[in-house]
Design a protein around this ligand. Structure first.
Ligand code: NDP
Ligand code: OXD
Length: 318
């Protein structure tokens, strides 16, 4: 056992072996465990958690911090009896790059009529409908201008889109028109051809992607009806309202990476909708080999009494 004690891996829904392997190869002296004998509970100094099983995080008197294995922390803040220690979330260039790739991929697919041309290829149709807009004629609005939203905004800007962003507090992002608060949301929606959602799931954001919000989005833009891309959390969206809005032409299409229930049940009508693109919460995976070095650095900072980065503010829930 090292000075840093042992690290509990309270991980479900991710590859536990990959986490163990990443710790072993980066810090061979740091022992990880996924189950703990009660007699050894005091050896646990840190936990790395993803959707921890009930009861898996309590009873460790020397626990100094819990590291979320992902950028979102709703899985931890909803855990009953969460120990009163600092929660550290993931901020990593690797994860950020992956998310921006997903956002750019979906935005370009909608701009360049990906769904139409895939259908036409299937039916051997050679047809180029007139009026293909350029990226600069299309406004992408990003709800959630944090680490991921800001990087995606800058990359979309680099692709030529007009980009706006919305956050809780005022923000300044080079080349991006920024808004905040309820008035800001009205302005952002009224101007949005594509709405990219990278918000955390909190009490304030739960269910925000509903019929009322979709009806406040821009009408008559260059893509026809507005488009929704949600890679934040499923709990942000009302899935019945998305289907209703698609069928009523209030939304033109939706790219959804996250769902209220994951895996999305096999009989869910979203699977069959011709204008919905589904990915299995795959927009930006947490790669243990990319994240462990940073976690270990943070553990060392805590041991040395130095400030910790990327601390979660429990009162704002992200
Ligand atoms: P950050 O905490 O860096 O950013 C969150 C952003 O949301 C901030 O701009 C914040 O505003 C804004 N925000 C929060 N609450 C509100 C509110 N009530 N009204 C308006 N704006 C609000 O998070 P990240 O960018 O790192 O991650 C965002 C989310 O992406 C994660 O919480 C997670 O749910 C999701 N995610 C999904 C993945 C996937 O694979 N699908 C992978 C990784 C993350 P302000 O700037 O004012 O604080
Ligand atoms: C995350 C996620 O929050 O994978 O990192 O959703």
């Amino acid at each position: 056992m090292s000075d840093r004690g042992r690290v509990l891996l309270a991980i479900t829904g991710m590859d536990l072996d990959a986490w163990k392997e990443a710790f072993t190869s980066h810090s061979p002296d740091l022992q990880t465990v996924s189950t703990v004998d009660p007699a050894e509970a005091a050896s646990i100094r840190y936990a790395v958690a993803w959707k921890p099983e009930p009861g898996s995080l309590e009873g460790f008197p020397q626990l100094r911090a819990i590291f979320s294995a992902g950028a979102g922390v709703d899985h931890l803040l909803g855990y009953p009896g969460l120990p009163d220690v600092p929660i550290v979330r993931v901020v990593s260039p690797d994860l950020t790059q992956r998310m921006s790739e997903y956002v750019a991929w979906q935005a370009l697919d909608h701009l360049r009529r990906g769904a139409l041309y895939r259908r036409q290829q299937r039916d051997h149709i050679w047809d180029e409908p007139p009026g293909q807009p350029a990226a600069g004629e299309v406004t992408v609005a990003i709800m959630g201008l944090g680490v991921l939203g800001t990087d995606a905004a800058l990359k979309l800007k680099g692709l030529g889109f007009r980009v706006t962003g919305w956050s809780r507090r005022p923000k300044d992002v080079d080349g991006v028109i920024t808004y905040h608060g309820e008035d800001g949301l009205t302005a952002v929606l009224a101007d949005a051809d594509i709405l990219v959602v990278l918000l955390p799931l909190t009490e304030a954001t739960r269910g925000v992607l509903a019929g009322d919000l979709f009806r406040r989005m821009k009408r008559g833009g260059p893509l026809g009806a507005p488009i929704l891309i949600n890679a934040g959390r499923g709990g942000l969206q009302n899935e019945d309202d998305i289907l209703t809005a698609l069928d009523a032409g209030v939304l033109g299409a939706a790219s959804l990476d996250v769902f209220n229930r994951e895996p999305l049940p096999a009989d869910h009508p979203l699977w069959e909708h011709p204008r919905v693109t589904i990915t299995p919460h795959a927009a930006a995976a947490s790669m243990p080999s990319a994240l462990v070095p940073q976690m270990v650095r943070q553990m060392e900072a805590i041991e040395a009494g130095k400030p910790v980065e990327n601390l979660v503010d429990r009162s704002s829930q992200y």
